[in-house]
Write a protein that binds this ligand. Structure first.
Ligand SMILES: Cc1cc2nc3c(=O)[nH]c(=O)nc-3n(C[C@H](O)[C@H](O)[C@H](O)COP(=O)(O)O)c2cc1C
Length: 315
């Protein structure tokens, strides 16, 4: 029996561990770092209809809490992807999740329809939440705007469609509920946390774009809170994203309500991080006689839960 077997809606995965978009190459080549059975799905970097150059250098830097990036959704655009990446996907040994970006409603619709038509794409992740591009946060901060884009994309595909939410909001609950009402099949919680690193010697920001998105261990408590809030507020499967680098981190997310966990920044430190975590997970689950299903959402809150506006999950 495979103790890591995971079901996200209709998608059957061999493991709850997924790559984080933009952190594991632009095509399936990076899979060579991982052992078979360890990765549940390969989530690829955001693609937009037109090519994007991204932000000025430097675009990544390390700090004590993890990494800051301001890549700015650099990508070669949809037609390049269709010609050069999509043909490789059907032979990929794990399900591939394509990640869609756009400037406006139409662009998200175009990307979703295009991914829907590609045989090798098992599911679609809508990146509504990039903090590093101009106008990149409109759909992730306004529930009505989010609902209209998710509804439009829903009309373009019957494939599983996940909505990647932003942590850069006062309350994630209305956004999670808007995604659910518009027909999302899952929530990815969450993208990077908007930040600023300064170098006092040069008097300049450390990133060429000024602001950047924080990822890695420092964002884990933020993502953990939001996973719990989304779990309480909706019936959707939650895919956690933010600072996971060990089996304990993954199980913490599961207890807070996650069905699966994306591993991003940890793969920069060690490209085989996902295989190491999978191995640890199998050991911990076997030693404790737990299943992922029995742990999911089992967080014991110290006092009556007060997630404002959140209805309790019934199942
Ligand atoms: C260098 C870098 C590039 C990223 N590119 C994307 C992207 O193209 N699309 C996206 O949805 N998220 C992108 N992300 C966000 C990650 O997928 C992930 O949500 C975030 O880093 C938090 O997870 P982590 O702490 O495990 O890295 C990027 C993150 C980093 C560090």
């Amino acid at each position: 029996m495979n103790v890591l077997q995971t079901q996200i809606g209709l998608l059957n995965l061999e493991s709850p561990l997924l790559t984080g978009s933009g952190t594991f190459g632009h095509d399936p080549a990076a899979l060579a770092f991982l052992k078979g059975g360890d990765l549940g799905a390969l989530v690829l970097k955001t693609v937009t209809p037109d090519p994007r150059e991204g932000n000025p250098n430097p675009r990544m830097c390390e700090w004590t809490g993890g990494v800051m990036n301001s890549i700015g959704l650099e990508n070669k655009g949809l037609s390049y992807w269709r010609d050069h990446v999509a043909p490789k996907l059907a032979a990929t040994p794990v399900p591939v999740v394509a990640n869609a970006g756009g400037h406006d409603l139409d662009e998200y619709g175009v990307m979703t329809a295009a991914f829907d038509a590609m045989e090798g794409v098992a599911a679609i992740e809508l990146n509504l939440s990039c903090p590093n591009v101009k106008g990149g946060t409109h759909f992730s901060t306004d529930p009505e705007a989010l609902q209209s884009v998710v509804r439009l994309c829903r009309e373009q595909t019957t494939k599983p469609m996940w909505v990647k939410l932003s942590p850069n909001v006062a309350s994630i609950t209305p956004l999670a509920q808007a995604a659910e009402a518009a027909g999302a099949d899952g929530l990815v919680v969450c993208n990077t946390v908007l930040g600023l690193l300064v170098d006092w010697k040069t008097r300049k920001p450390r990133l060429g774009n000024g602001y950047g998105g924080m990822s890695g261990p420092a964002v884990r408590p933020v993502a953990m809170r939001m996973v719990w809030e989304c779990f309480r507020a909706t019936q959707l499967p939650i895919i956690a994203s933010g600072g996971a680098s060990s089996a304990d981190d993954v199980l913490d997310f599961v207890v807070a309500g996650a069905t699966a966990v994306q591993v991003g920044t940890a793969s920069f430190r060690r490209p085989d991080a996902i295989s190491r975590i999978a191995e640890e997970l199998r050991t911990v689950l076997a030693e404790n006689d737990f299943t992922l299903d029995s742990l999911r959402g089992s967080l014991k809150w110290p006092s009556p839960v007060s997630c404002s506006g959140a209805a309790s999950r019934t199942s």
